[in-house]
Design a protein around this ligand. Structure first.
Ligand SMILES: NC(=O)c1ccc[n+]([C@@H]2O[C@H](COP(=O)([O-])OP(=O)(O)OC[C@H]3O[C@@H](n4cnc5c(N)ncnc54)[C@H](O)[C@@H]3O)[C@@H](O)[C@H]2O)c1
Length: 491
């Protein structure tokens, strides 16, 4: 197992050979250079775990039209990975990321990890332990414990990390930080965050019908898809894309969008671990009076309140109110009724309510504005000068900034300038997943003699972020981490 940073030595090699000649491109095999050296072409050797869906745009953006090499692709489903395989015919194709990482440990510098949420943690940890830099889709992990462990591991193994909440690199977020730091909205006491997700089936019964697997998947491919989760038979209600609505694989609407939409408030207000969480969730009725009880599935809608203590940066306690399933906050008086909330469609948004005004934006921090008590509305100027040199690239250059930081090395200025390295993304993900802990606990209960549920987990819960424990309802602590299927582990 490799623990030390390899980037310093790679960079030293590149510098001493002076081999970064403009336009030159040749790959020196890694066995010539020895482990830990980057090729003189100064291109990263990239691999993708998850090459279809979002994985395709992640690896394409990191590849940056040839600025880097794509040396390996991994996907359990050849049909989903087809376009990436065709685009990178020289890349070695794998179905099992553990085999890929082991076989190519001397040939991969950095990995994009863009498959269902339940495998992010294990794949990222395995890559980091081999000294590979990692770009991991949001939410960073499936549970709070994994997020904490990845955050620590990125530092321990000295790798450059970035979570895939690309809005973090939107110059709009920098503008909002400046506005808040100037005191324009004053202390913020309440934050509303909302989304129209789920836009995939949620709150539906667990599928029980047997469905034939598509040609592109074998039994063992499906077993790899399941990975550390509990085994269930293949069903199109799981793969592709719809895995989001099942706790076994996904993290629901909150997990899907929280790292995008909670991000601006978490960043601008410099929030830390929440101290309290409470929720209520939408019910589904297929018969009179008795709601469906589907603890395996994420609910069709939820309303979550998180509380954060006052800090030096924002000298007020903050109540954050999250709603999904299309439930939106009401129009604050300060915002004219003719103005939209959040983004133009109203589908997603953020409202930070301060003593002096309201800061608002849509998803990814888009379209930020400040509303003042005197009726003034301040927008981000079109010629706003950002420190993000890649702002005009796809997804605000979020993947490209990461590849540049990988080349510059751990703790380099480029690394420190990343907007969602795990030091930031870990606590953000933990906060998002706190909401899910409450949502899952909300479904807990026992059937009584009248055939109705007595719910036991519908509580306001108190959280000790340092020790990762709910202090007033121990039963909920089982959602902090999960047990993995035999044969799978985090370390
Ligand atoms: N940042 C964004 O804007 C954004 C957008 C969409 C999705 N995402 C995130 O990207 C991740 C993937 O979501 P998606 O929508 O692309 O899902 P998807 O189901 O459409 O695609 C997932 C891909 O991963 C492959 N896969 C599944 N299990 C695998 C495994 N064990 N090993 C290798 N490959 C595996 C699938 O075959 C598929 O090609 C999720 O974490 C999601 O939250 C982020």
């Amino acid at each position: 197992m490799k623990k030390e940073s390899n980037t310093t030595s790679r960079r030293a090699f590149v510098k001493t050979t002076g081999a970064v000649a403009a336009g030159s491109f040749f790959i020196v095999p890694r066995h010539v250079l020895g482990k830990g050296y980057i090729a003189p072409s100064d291109k990263l050797n990239l691999a993708a775990i998850g090459a279809g869906g979002k994985g395709r745009s992640d690896i394409l953006n990191a590849y940056q039209d040839g600025a880097n090499n794509v040396v390996a692709l991994c996907d359990v489903d050849t049909a989903r990975a087809k376009a990436s395989i065709e685009q990178f015919p020289k890349a070695k194709f794998y179905k099992d990321f553990r085999v890929m990482l082991e076989e190519m440990k001397d040939g991969i510098d950095a990995v994009t990890i863009s498959m269902p949420d339940h495998v992010h943690g294990i794949a990222a940890m395995a890559a980091m332990q081999l000294g590979m830099h990692v770009y991991v889709q949001k939410p960073l992990t499936h549970n709070i414990y994994e997020a904490r462990k990845l955050t620590e591991a990125a530092r321990e193994y000295k790798v450059v990390s970035q979570m895939g909440n690309q809005g973090a690199s939107n110059p709009a977020q920098q503008w909002m930080i400046e506005q808040f730091d100037k005191g324009t909205v004053g202390k913020v006491h309440t934050v509303y965050v909302w989304t129209n997700r789920p836009v995939w089936p949620q709150g539906i019964p667990v599928p029980t019908d047997k469905v034939k697997m598509p040609e592109s998947l074998s039994k063992s491919d499906w077993d790899l898809f399941i990975g550390p989760a509990d085994y269930v038979d293949y069903h199109p209600l799981y793969h592709p894309f719809k895995w989001r609505g099942w706790w076994n694989f996904g993290t629901g609407a909150l997990g899907d969008m929280g790292c995008h939409i909670i991000d601006p408030a978490f960043r601008v207000l410099k929030l830390g671990y929440p101290t309290e969480v409470e929720c209520s969730v939408g019910q589904v009725f297929t018969k009179d009076w008795v709601p469906e009880h589907i603890p395996e599935g994420c609910p069709p809608s939820s309303n979550v309140e998180l509380k954060f203590p006052a800090s030096k940066h924002n000298k007020s306690e903050v109540k954050m109110i999250w709603t999904d399933g299309g439930i939106r906050p009401f129009h604050p008086d300060l915002i004219p009724a003719s103005h939209y909330l959040g983004e133009e469609s109203g589908a997603n948004g953020v409202l930070m309510i301060g003593k002096k005004g309201i800061m608002m934006c849509g998803v990814y921090g888009n379209d930020p504005k400040v509303y003042f008590k005197n009726g003034e509305v301040r927008k981000m100027p079109e010629n706003y000068k950002t420190t993000n040199p890649n702002e005009k690239m796809r997804e605000f250059g979020h993947q490209v900034s990461w590849t540049q930081a990988c080349k510059a090395g751990f703790d380099s200025p480029e690394h420190k300038a990343l907007t969602s390295s795990f030091d930031y993304a870990g606590p953000l993900t933990e906060t998002v997943l706190m909401g899910n802990l409450a949502i899952r606990s909300y479904a807990e209960g026992k059937l009584n003699d009248r055939g109705r549920m007595d719910y036991t987990g519908r509580k306001k819960m108190l959280w000790d972020g340092q020790t990762m424990k709910i202090t007033n309802h121990d039963a909920a602590n089982k959602y902090v981490a999960r047990e993995y299927r035999e044969g799978w582990k985090l370390i």
